[in-house]
Ligand binder design. Structure first.
Ligand code: PLP
Length: 349
């Protein structure tokens, strides 16, 4: 099915911030919006970026029926623009929506809206080779009703923000054995606002103790490693790239999936298996070289320099020849069109 998206352009062209603004502070000129009412999607359109007006009774403001995605568009070496793995993001969006009892956005509408919006705001992709355009599709329950229920009205929107390269200082993290991010049967695999709200308190506690973020462990034994902050977590030890397997409590990261596939092609062994923090501790105690890093769209990889386990601090390897940097470079080269995109990950406008 073909979708027609009406486009209303900003009358006066805004000038783009040329300086590296902090992540997520500056919107592009336009946004996509579409309303769900009486069982269908209405009036898909691109309009100048602006505030929303809604009733204080809107269900999303009270009961957390909100879902989002986070993806990126890149300027390739040949000047074309590509959106990275939009179908993989769409599939995850669909799974999150189902878990929150929210209506599916048809795939054709999702892709067309992304395509048109990124095209309209393509000038906003910074030209710095390491920069990109961050894209945030999201859905909220807009029905006016103060009582708990599955909403019957929603807004599906897409907004964008230029993402400048930033030097991410290697992280200092602590293994969290008291608070949990997600439990079996919960919403951990869905990208929903509530997961983030609930994670703030333990993260703030860790910050007050001098850590950048926590490594979440499982909700039962408080021993098996899950994710790091809002990223998937990977280790490279004994020439194997380890990461916990997908489950109801782990988000199916597109970066995680991409790095695992690339590692295999680069001849690096990979293992998706349960990892006890005790095993990591043993490897570190034995003086092994352990690489640890977060994997996610915003930072691609976030190297971890220090892990605190039961109050003891251990150093991970962050030398320039680390395997995590080779993996990140491989992904970079594919996105920029420097290496062939054999997986058809780049959706080129
Ligand atoms: C979004 C997210 C990730 C990373 O997923 P990507 O698709 O790689 O950006 C990991 N963990 C959580 C909890 C997330 O919300």
């Amino acid at each position: 099915m073909q979708y027609t998206i009406a486009i209303t352009r900003q009358e006066e062209k805004k000038t783009r911030e040329q300086n590296a603004a902090p992540f997520g502070t500056h919107p592009t000129e336009h946004m996509f919006i579409c309303e769900y009412k009486k069982g269908t999607w209405h009036n898909p359109r691109i309009i100048p970026f602006g505030n929303l007006s809604m009733s204080p009774f809107a269900l999303c403001l009270h009961y957390g029926q909100t879902v989002f995605e986070g993806m990126k568009a890149f300027l390739m070496e040949d000047g074309k623009v590509n959106i990275f793995r939009p179908l993989k993001h769409y599939e995850r969006f669909a799974r999150s929506l189902e878990r929150l009892c929210m209506p599916l956005v048809p795939q054709g509408l999702f892709i067309e809206a992304l395509h048109q919006l990124v095209q309209v705001d393509a000038d906003w992709i910074p030209t710095d080779p390491d920069a990109s355009l961050y894209i945030r599709p999201f859905m909220i329950a807009s029905e006016e009703r103060i009582g708990v229920k599955v909403a019957e009205e929603y807004l599906f929107m897409i907004v964008c923000s230029p993402a400048y390269p930033y030097y991410s200082k290697p992280l200092k993290v602590k293994v969290e054995t008291e608070f949990v991010r997600a439990a079996d049967g919960g919403t951990g695999y869905a990208k929903c606002g509530g997961n983030y709200g609930g994670a703030l308190y333990p993260s703030q506690l860790a910050k007050s103790e001098g850590y950048d973020q926590v490594i979440w462990t499982d909700a039962k034994a408080h021993e098996f490693i899950e994710e790091s902050g809002t990223m998937n977590l990977m280790f490279f030890v004994d020439n194997v790239l380890f990461t916990p397997p997908l489950s109801g409590t782990i988000l199916d990261g597109v970066t995680r999936d991409s790095l695992l596939k690339l590692a295999k092609e680069m001849g690096i062994s990979t293992a998706e298996m349960a990892i006890s923090y005790k095993e990591i501790q043993q490897a570190l105690e034995a003086g092994k070289r352990v690489e640890a890093f977060g994997a996610g769209t915003a930072a691609v990889i976030a190297p971890i320099e220090t892990i605190a386990i039961e109050g003891k601090h251990y150093n991970c390897y962050i030398g320039q020849d680390a395997t995590m940097y080779r993996l990140a470079k491989e992904l970079y080269d594919i996105r920029k069109g420097i290496k062939p995109d054999t997986h058809n990950w780049n959706y080129i406008l």
